[in-house]
Design a protein around this ligand. Structure first.
Ligand SMILES: Nc1ncnc2c1ncn2[C@@H]1O[C@H](COP(=O)(O)OP(=O)(O)OP(=O)(O)O)[C@@H](O)[C@H]1O
Ligand SMILES: [Zn+2]
Length: 619
């Protein structure tokens, strides 16, 4: 009972009673998730539902303290629950599954929760849960760590910034020309070896990407682009050596990559006006080192070029022996010794001839595998902050500071994560209001379409378009487009109506399909795009409905961030008094155009977000 009385001291009898009634969802039972589960149990939340798709790996044990050696290969969620059961007063419900799987976790399943905690490790899942929180107006506590860095962000849909209100860093890419012709840093050589050379030699045709149209060349020099394309074609002859296990010709691979191709590169004088020219690899270095290495040097050391060539030859032999067994296709994996060694050696030879510092195999493994060490302490701090902030989000600390205005909530960043140069480890800036340009929470309105398998089988796309147009106040001739968000599939626009006669069943509308209806008309009163989640509920058939159950959605003008923000009030029960965005009842149609007097909609804004929404997905 000591735990209970300590909690009552902090949140009061009433707060304690409320937390015992609170149902939370924890997504992820990894580094942050293990810590959070323990924290939420100690805070005596009524119910904690925990979702993780993965099983336990040896490498998790150093920081995911709920797991032991004997748990390897067991599901994380159920194992975590077993580990904490004995000291838990909360009802714990584990699920092994992908939170983005709409069959296991349909939208209405999320409705049971009062709050969601994200403890994830990837953008796609974070974005998805953020969107669900927007669909259902559920508060979300987002968190993440990278090494000694970390952050937490409380999100109140429509009231504070969402996860996508700020641009997220995507993995850095380099122009083709830098990688293929003018490398100047070790990373350029590693990317060349891993993403270009390795793929050309060890993957099958189907997996080679040759999308010349979309390449960012980094040069407009036609001769240079032609040379790069030709060089790629010529690598086919090298792949033949690998496939034929023609070991006597491995020296030719070195000759072609590090002498012949470099000689051709040197002929393009433009490239070398302001750069140091690369060296051709000395033929005698190749000749003298085509044998297996006699000694073994630590992988923490930077090796000398002779030893590097010996290991290049050995790795190439091993991989070509594996090719037949593995269906002429090997993927690079930092933990696969042969693939790592090939990439590390090729990268180092390239660095050597371009006068770039070479790196140890250990360092190359970190860079090629994008590894940032996970630090247990950072996870513990961030999980603790997430748990404590949830008390504010749920307004359980009203004894000390009542949450009348949710924008008074604080985020937390480590100093490095926020680029702040103070001596403080943590900064706690206040959350910002939604970014008026955010394509997820401001520039889109959303709702849930209630349908059933039977209705999907009898409704054509054309019927759907007509229903949506009527419901959202479009004229019959207004141009709209419809996109399936999941795979960025265009279903309809003004010059594409091929799918119109197909039914929603033919078009594979399933539970959780999300479509984006955009106004493509030229008129000034352009409407915000509408994002619609399809909820398949076979009981809908029992409701007498002529058609799909299309939600009423109120279109509102986004407030500019520098306009004064409206003050939000939090009701006694902790619920926020807010304007309704999603109404999935069948009230009468009341779509309000967004030609607001305060801030006329700019067409460019919309075009920008539609483009964002239509842009090809990056991982
Ligand atoms: N879509 C998803 N649905 C459910 N769980 C997910 C999803 N994506 C990631 N996860 C889980 O989130 C957790 C994130 O934890 P963490 O960052 O510690 O990663 P990890 O895989 O355990 O460790 P590391 O990546 O550092 O080796 C993982 O357990 C992972 O399985
Ligand atoms: Zn947003």
């Amino acid at each position: 009972m000591a735990r209970e009385s300590s909690l009552i001291t902090i949140i009061g009898e009433d707060g304690y009673a409320r937390i015992r009634q609170t149902k939370c969802l924890l997504v992820g039972a990894g580094g942050i998730g293990s810590e959070l589960l323990k924290d939420l149990i100690l805070m005596e939340f009524g119910e904690i539902h925990i979702v993780d798709l993965d099983t336990i790996d040896l490498s998790n044990l150093n920081r995911q303290f709920l797991f032991r050696q004997r748990d390897i290969k067991q599901p994380k969620s159920t194992t975590a629950v077993k580990a904490v059961q004995s000291f838990s007063n909360s009802k714990l419900v584990p699920y092994q599954g992908n939170i983005m799987d709409t069959t296991q976790f349909p939208l209405h399943w999320f409705k049971q929760f009062n709050i969601i905690f994200n403890a994830l490790d990837n953008l796609a899942a974070r974005r998805y849960v953020n969107k669900i929180s927007q669909f259902l107006s559920l508060p979300l506590l987002e968190s993440g760590t990278a090494g000694f860095d970390g952050y937490i962000q409380p999100i109140f849909p429509q009231k504070t910034e969402c996860f996508d209100c700020t641009k997220k860093e995507t993995p850095k890419t380099f122009p083709v020309c830098t990688i293929r012709s003018t490398p100047s840093q070790p990373i350029h050589c590693i990317v060349w070896a891993k993403n270009f050379l390795f793929n050309q030699l060890f993957t099958d045709e189907d997996n080679k990407s040759d999308d010349e149209e979309n390449k960012e060349w980094g040069t407009t020099d036609e001769t240079e682009i032609k040379r790069i394309k030709q060089e790629t074609n010529e690598l086919k002859s090298l792949q033949k050596i690998i496939l034929d296990k023609d070991f006597d010709r491995i020296p030719y691979i070195l000759q072609k990559l590090f002498i012949d191709d470099i000689a051709k590169l040197l002929l393009i004088e433009n490239l070398w006006k302001n750069r140091v020219k690369p060296l051709l690899l000395d033929e005698s270095i190749i000749k003298n080192n085509c044998h297996d290495a006699k000694e073994k040097i630590s992988s923490n050391k930077v090796w000398d070029i002779n030893y590097i060539i010996q290991n290049f030859v050995a790795a190439t032999k091993k991989l070509s022996q594996r090719m037949e067994r593995e269906g002429s296709h090997i993927e690079f994996d930092k933990d696969d010794e042969d693939t790592l060694m090939f990439v590390a050696m090729a990268a180092n030879i390239r660095a050597y001839i371009f006068h770039i510092p070479m790196k140890s195999v250990f360092d190359i493994k970190q860079i090629a595998g994008n590894i940032i060490p996970a630090i247990a302490t950072t996870n513990a701090i961030i999980a603790g902050l997430s748990a404590i902030t949830s008390l504010r989000v749920l307004n359980l600390l009203d004894k000390f500071a009542s949450l009348n205005d949710v924008t008074k909530l604080n985020m937390a960043f480590t100093a490095m994560a926020s680029n702040m140069t103070t001596n403080r480890y943590l900064s706690n800036p206040q959350v910002a209001p939604p970014n008026c340009k955010c394509p997820v929470c401001v520039q889109v309105v959303r709702g849930v379409v209630q349908t059933s398998e039977k209705l999907n089988a009898s409704t054509t796309l054309k019927d759907l378009i007509s229903l949506l147009k009527t419901k959202y106040g479009y004229q019959e001739n207004d141009d709209v487009s419809i996109l399936d968000i999941k795979d960025q599939r265009l279903l309809f626009d003004f010059d594409f109506d091929d799918l119109n006669d197909q039914t929603l069943e033919d078009l594979k509308f399933i539970n959780g399909t999300i479509i984006l209806l955009s106004d493509d008309s030229d008129n000034d009163l352009i409407k915000k795009p509408v994002e619609l989640y399809f909820n398949i509920n076979n009981n809908v058939d029992k409701i007498v409905l002529p058609d799909l159950h299309i939600p009423v959605i109120e279109q509102k003008i986004p407030q500019d961030n520098n306009e004064e923000n409206e003050v939000l009030t939090v009701a006694e029960n902790g619920e926020i008094d807010q304007d309704v965005y999603i109404i999935d009842g069948d009230e009468s149609v009341s779509t309000v155009d967004n030609n607001d007097k305060k801030r006329p909609r700019e067409k460019e804004d919309l075009e920008e977000i539609i483009q964002i929404a239509k842009a090809p997905k990056t991982s």
